[in-house]
Design a protein around this ligand. Sequence first.
Ligand SMILES: [Zn+2]
Ligand SMILES: [Zn+2]
Ligand SMILES: [Zn+2]
Length: 157
Amino acid sequence: MSTIHPLRLRAFITQIDSTGGPDACWTWRGDLYDGYGRLGRKGDQAHRVAYELMVRPIPAGMVIDHLCHNHDESCPGGSGCVHRRCVNPAHLEAVTQRDNVLRSPHTMPNRNAAKTECPQGHPYDEANTYSRRTPQGRARRECRTCRRERLARRAAA
Ligand SMILES: [Zn+2]
Ligand SMILES: [Zn+2]
Ligand SMILES: [Zn+2]
């Protein structure tokens, strides 16, 4: 776990905008690097520090995933992603690098190797696919068309 000096801790806390409340994204107002908050130019990533301070030490080999990013299907991703600078510990989760990639709605590295259609025959392409977590914490691809139809059926019932 990275240690943090009390004065740096104070500086860290004052750079968090948590005015949106406990459920909102807490925006880092300090330095950014590739969209991620940083403690100083060469410092640690702000969301990693937030996780270690407010949740627990990050286990070796794990990366911090932004759940708010995974749940926002309209986010274009990349360095313009507003979630990268979010340091709300409720939005952060330690996952393996592999899960992190699999869970992102923006990267589907296995999409060519895996099935190309949902069970109903809708294409698993970028526009029609979102990822969801199973109760076991695994990423799973889901079909947007099927979800739409499920919701429509539920609304009609
Ligand atoms: Zn967030
Ligand atoms: Zn995002
Ligand atoms: Zn489908």
